[in-house]
Structures are given as C-alpha cells and as structure tokens.
Design a protein around this ligand. Sequence first.
Ligand code: ADP
Length: 271
Amino acid sequence: DTLYRVRIRPLAGLAGAGQVLLHFEDISEQSQALSFRRGFVANVSHELKTPLTALLGFIETLNGPARNDPEAQRHFLSLMSREARRMNRLVSDLLSLSRVEAGERTRPKRREDLVSLVRIALEPLSEIASDAGAVIRTDLPDEAVVRADADQVIQIVTNLTENAVKYGGGEVELSLRQIGYDGQLRGPAWQLCVRDNGPGIDPLHVPRLAERFYRVDTHRSRGQGGTGLGLAIVKHIAQRHRGRLKIESEMGKGSEFTVLFPVERDQSTTS
Ligand code: ADP
C-alpha cells in the first residue's frame, strides 16, 4: 500500500552526461490523509443534507397543503424541531471532535478525581435512563486521581452510558477500578467500564465502531438521535489522556466499553 512520487532529473555536468537521477518520495501518508479528508467532508455533507432536505420539505408543506390546517402545522413544526435538533447535535459533536483532536498533543495537566467526574456525568443521565426504562448501577472506589480534562472525562462517561441505555437491554453497569498492568499502556491503569445486557455487536463491526460515522444500524442510530461520532470522540479523548478505548461484545449477552487511563507511577497501589 505504499505510494511513491517519482521524479526523474537529468544529471548535470560532463560527469553526469546521459545519466538520470531517480528520486522516490514516499507519499502514502499524505495521500491517505487527503483521501481521509475527502471521505470525511463527503460524510459530513451527507449527514447535514439529510435533515436539511427534510426541513425544506416540511417548510414547503407548511407553505402549501398545511397552510390552513393548525393541527398539521403543529405536527410539521414538531418534526422540524426534531430535524433542527439533529443538526445541532451533529455540529456540536463535530466541534467536540475537532477540539479534542486539536489538543491531542498536549496531555491534560490538572489532577482530577475520576469518581467525582463520573458522579457529575451521571446526574442528568439517571433521568434519561429511567425515561428509557433502564437502570444504571455503579461500582466506584472512594477516589481515583489522574491528570485529566474534567469536561472530556464527563463526555466519555456521557457518551458510553447514553449508548448503553440506547442500544442495551435495560441494565447498565458502570465500574471503575485499578488494574495492576495493561499491556498496551505498559503499566497500571484506572479502568472505567460501561457494560450493558443488550443484544451485543457482531465481531465484524467491533473494530470499526470508533470510526467517524460508522454505525451498525444507521436507521436505528439516527432514529435515536445518534450522530455516529460518539465513540470517535471517546477514542480521541482517551488518546489525549495517553489511554485507550477497548470494546468487547458477545452476541446475545451484551457489550462492554472500557476506557483505560494510565496511573502515574507514584499513584499506583501495590495490591
Ligand atoms: P451513534 O451516535 O450512532 O450512537 P456512536 O459512535 O456512539 O454513534 O456509536 C457507533 C455505533 O456503535 C452505534 O451506531 C451502534 O451501532 C454501535 N453501538 C455503540 N454502543 C453500543 C452498545 N452499547 N451496544 C450495541 N451497539 C452499540
């Protein structure tokens, strides 16, 4: 998959007469970045165009057939508000993603307690869960201090828990514990785990879930207000914290989304 740009130059001077210089430049990365950008722009345009086309259609209906029908007007206005909210969510998620990516090189400096941040994130979520008939159980330690960006950790908890409520089977478990060693992080880590008892995800999809706009069931995701960016945001926030996102799922049993935060050396316990 390597792509080269080849330049051919005649060698100057008497010594080089009749000879050429072949210059190979590996441009695989630039070309991948370019095609990634093109794909991303195409995806964003499509995602924005869908609600926009619907909005234009509703405006036409309001101006035409529904002009003198107050009940139909109410109905179309509520559909329009749903589409506008969808566009709003998409733009907010795009902004979050670009903000996280822009700051990815700078590791957060402030010391934050993950437990308090989880509790802050869960406050508004408990209501969403109970509206959806789901229960969130937690298993948290007294304290888990790491260098973190508070808003971003709250966003991780929000995105993973909302997904577990949306796609799960009604029981969500959120736990935080320290593990002695993580192979990829090469050290101890705080493990934030959101588990659900949903139908699970086909292993074919699992490696691609954190790609932008990747969904297993686009219709279902859109129907539930999804933008397809939630897990991409989680993955990039984890990377910014020098951590990682791990996804495990078993068909018929449920899914488990884990974010690992490296523990600073002087913070690890020996248990
Ligand atoms: P979306 O806005 O579509 O929810 P995400 O990036 O958060 O976007 O998730 C990507 C896709 O991963 C979802 O569309 C859904 O198909 C799948 N998914 C995410 N979380 C779960 C879960 N807990 N159980 C089953 N599928 C999930």
